[in-house]
Ligand binder design. Sequence first.
Ligand code: CMP
Length: 231
Amino acid sequence: MNQEKDVVSHAEPGGTDTSDLFEKYGEIIPRGNVLFYEGDNGQQMYIIQSGKIRISKRVRNVEKTLVILGKGEFFGEMAILNNRPRSATATIVEDSKLLIIDRRTFETMIRNNSEIAIRIIKKLAARLQQADNQIENLLLKDNLSRMVNFLRRWAMEKGAPAAGEFSFAYLREDLAEGAGISVELFDEMLKKLSTANMIHLSDGRITILNMEGLERFTRYLEMKDQFKDLT
Ligand code: CMP
């Protein structure tokens, strides 16, 4: 069972099964709908029972995806918790079943159950960590550094060991977006890494041949970037 679904099932005395919760709080919303825009006032938070939601922000007139959220995840809690306008826009990208929880119910859930509060705090801490990683990545100036740094972190989030081989399925658009580079550049960088025998590509999968080697390469690229004016 995933954590946020668990959050909800503990929300009422004695626990409530998901179909009861859906009857009470659920809505099915088709793809293409915008739930709210960045800057809107927000009085509700959402828990995803199925489907996919894009969280995006407008940066210099371009809509940038921050994250795509799926089953079991929640969003829209920030406006409620800090009494501020929506920090980002939420768009349904795959028909979704959502639990829509109003401010009072959400606050009652948190007040009455410290386990729920702790789970939410953990999730928020993980998001902050991810945002820090994104900032670190954006501070890297050259594209290869961004790409390699992002690739290593992505693999680690998927459970890669500190050393040795690790393989995972990928969508080039997701990885390019996450690394902050164009898909064309991403392909170019992947080819370079493959030629250098750092990765192997086949059937929509990337195999990192040595996680430790990739880490060393990341450090080398960072240093190269840091000291480039001295050489
Ligand atoms: P809120 O500010 O109410 O509306 C936008 C929501 O997007 C926000 O609450 C969070 O739930 C979610 N959100 C904003 N930034 C991120 C992020 N970087 N990662 C995941 N979710 C986010």
